[in-house]
Design a protein. Structure first.
Length: 613
């Protein structure tokens, strides 16, 4: 056999310092740390490039698929996952019809939410009619107090049908601590049902009954590392309670299922699932299970609602598709893609079909289900996996020092932490430090709400808040409220008085149009005017409520004050930018400026107030 030549052997691999020296030359004196190093919300730095030596000392690259600590996934032969769709059961007959319909359209995992008052043998019989429970995955949720009854009914149904217990795959999503987080309700009495649930389903090894619903944290605005750290503490709390109640550790661990959210940060979310399996395996290992298989983390991933928007809602498809890719490549057990319209309506047949097809596209067209852990070996992904694990572990240990997850949420430290993050992210969105395409950046100038309103969170009438609750306001909500209010009250006209330097006036006009359209203002851009008087006259002819002068910093000293005086209060006057002569302009009476350092939301609220909107 001919010798195979190794490519590039004649080239010397550049060292890290040589790369840094080259980058420094290309930056032309700019600060490397400020220009190229990204400080993530998760509290660590991401470098612009990684090399083999960055993996030295890491254990994750040596892991194998399907083997402890399962960082590379629970499977060895494929990356297949269940394509899941959830169904609200208001009428068992109609829910059954819908289930049978979507099973013929690519779904192989069903999630039924059954109101507690409807839990009965008749409901189970009707709901599962003509559904082969040993072929697809079945998931159920109901009132926490009725979960044990539902488990008993399901076991009776499975036995009546004679299903092979090994082939029944699914879950009952019993998670009373989620109720404490979301509603502030005392769940202590309900926690006693956990061991009974496990005992009821102990003969069904692939049917889990204890849920860790950390997707609630994701939808409340938690950063990725917060969701991961608290999810681990959450799961450990349930595991410890079960073991303390006398449940065998292998059975207890195999009864727990994680429902995790997925946000838009593609690579960090991908790494999150790898880090989650790694850390959960280490936690369970400390309980000394008989089999390493008990250390496997089973995750259902759901794309986020936190970043979904009412305006320009088709952009939600881009967000959820990126999120779905992260989850699929991260090696999850099952996935729900949230329909793009849930922010403002009950999902339609169309939006549900698109959500299904988003997953089917990844499986059938992109073959994401065929390659196990494709991120493995990537210097970047391995680094992210390791650093996420380190940061999440700090949160986990802090919660354990507080007495465990239940104790932490009773005193409110978890809620305070997530709510503070939510508040910070809303503040960042207001300042455009965090972008929401179509909402606080590049809005659709002509779009109207057409009667769409944000969907209100359901109110639980019997809930008395004993503890602190999570705030779950979507990131876009503040801008949407402002824009809908403007649309329903009065839509002002903003006229761009473009003059002077061509490049600067065009850039500032575009910036100002985007800025003001975030509140639903009608914007009129222009090619340019020879004099400010010509521009003001054109603005008044267009019945402008706002005149925005757009020019270069140097030329504002020449144009801004004459334009302001000629306008003479007949409309609001705004300068696009923060020129060096700003103080002189303010001294002349000009008080409105829009620029990159503005708080967009507060500025627009102020303008609405001045315009009487």
């Amino acid at each position: 056999m001919a010798n195979r030549e190794k490519l590039f052997t004649e080239f010397t691999a550049p060292t890290r310092q040589e790369w840094l020296d080259k980058i420094e030359v290309d930056l032309k004196g700019a600060d490397f740390q400020k220009r190229l190093v990204w400080r993530t919300n998760e509290g660590f730095n991401v470098q612009p490039f990684y090399r083999r030596e960055d993996l030295e000392g890491l254990k994750t690259p040596d892991a194998l698929p399907g083997e402890f600590p399962f960082v590379r996934g629970n499977k060895k032969g494929s990356n297949e996952w269940y394509v899941r769709q959830n169904i609200q059961v208001d009428d068992p007959i109609e829910a059954n019809k819908k289930a049978l319909d979507i099973l013929n359209k690519g779904i192989d995992s069903l999630g039924f939410h059954i109101p507690g008052s409807m839990v009965s043998a008749e409901t189970v019989e009707t709901l599962l009619k003509d559904i082969y429970c040993d072929i697809i995955e079945l998931n159920f949720s109901t009132c926490q107090r009725h979960s044990l009854e539902l488990a008993q009914l399901l076991v009776a149904y499975f036995e009546k049908k004679g299903y092979d217990k090994e082939k029944v795959v699914g879950s009952i999503e019993w998670d009373p601590m989620q109720k404490l987080l979301m509603k502030g309700k005392d769940v202590t009495p309900i926690l006693a049902f956990g061991p009974q649930l496990v005992e009821t389903l102990k003969n069904y090894p692939n049917f889990r009954c204890i849920a860790v619903s950390s997707d609630a944290l994701n939808n409340a605005g938690a950063y990725i590392v917060q969701e991961l750290g608290y999810a681990l503490a959450w799961g450990n709390e349930y595991l410890q309670q079960l073991v303390d109640a006398g449940v065998d550790v292998d059975l207890a661990a195999k009864s727990i299922k994680f429902n995790m959210g997925v946000s838009e940060n593609y690579f960090i979310e991908l790494a999150k699932f790898r880090a989650a399996r790694l850390l959960w395996a280490q936690i369970v290992k400390q309980y000394e299970p008989k089999c390493d298989c008990a250390c496997q983390m089973v995750v259902n991933a759901t794309t986020s609602t936190y970043n979904q928007t009412l305006f320009d809602s088709y952009v939600n498809l881009l967000r959820s598709q990126t999120e779905a890719m992260s989850a699929a490549l991260g090696g999850i057990h099952s996935m729900v893609v949230t329909p793009f319209d849930v922010a403002y309506e009950a999902p339609t047949d169309f939006s549900e079909r698109i959500a299904r097809n988003q997953q089917l596209l990844l499986k059938e067209e992109c073959h994401f289900g065929q390659i196990v852990d494709p991120g493995a070996g990537s210097y970047y992904v391995e680094h992210l996996t390791n650093v996420l694990a380190e940061e999440a572990w700090k949160i986990f240990l802090r919660v354990e020092d507080e007495g465990g997850f239940l104790a932490a949420i009773k005193v409110g430290t978890v809620q305070d932490d997530i709510n503070a993050t939510n508040q910070k992210r809303h503040g960042d969105a207001a300042k455009r430090k965090e972008f929401l395409l179509g909402t606080n950046q590049f809005p659709n100038f002509t779009e109207k709400s057409e009667g769409k309103k944000p969907v209100a969170s359901p109110v639980c009438c019997d809930t008395v808040a004993t503890y602190k609750k999570l705030e779950t306001t979507r990131l876009a909500a503040d801008f949407e409220d402002l824009r809908i209010h403007t649309e329903e009250t009065k839509v002002p006209v903003a006229f761009m008085l473009t003059i002077g330097n061509l490049a600067m006036r065009q850039a500032r006009a575009q910036f100002s149009c985007n800025f003001l359209a975030c509140a639903g203002y009608k914007v009129i851009d222009n090619l340019g005017f020879k004099t400010v008087e010509e521009g003001i006259d054109a603005a008044l002819e267009a019945k402008a409520d706002i005149v925005v002068i757009c020019s270069s910093d140097d030329e504002y000293a020449e144009y801004a004050i004459p334009a302001f005086r000629y306008l003479n209060g007949r409309a609001m006057f705004v300068v696009a930018g923060a020129p060096a002569c700003m103080e002189d302009l303010k001294a002349a009476g000009i008080e409105n400026f829009v620029h990159v350092k503005c708080n967009v939301l507060e500025t627009l609220k102020e303008y609405n107030q001045k315009l009487g909107i």
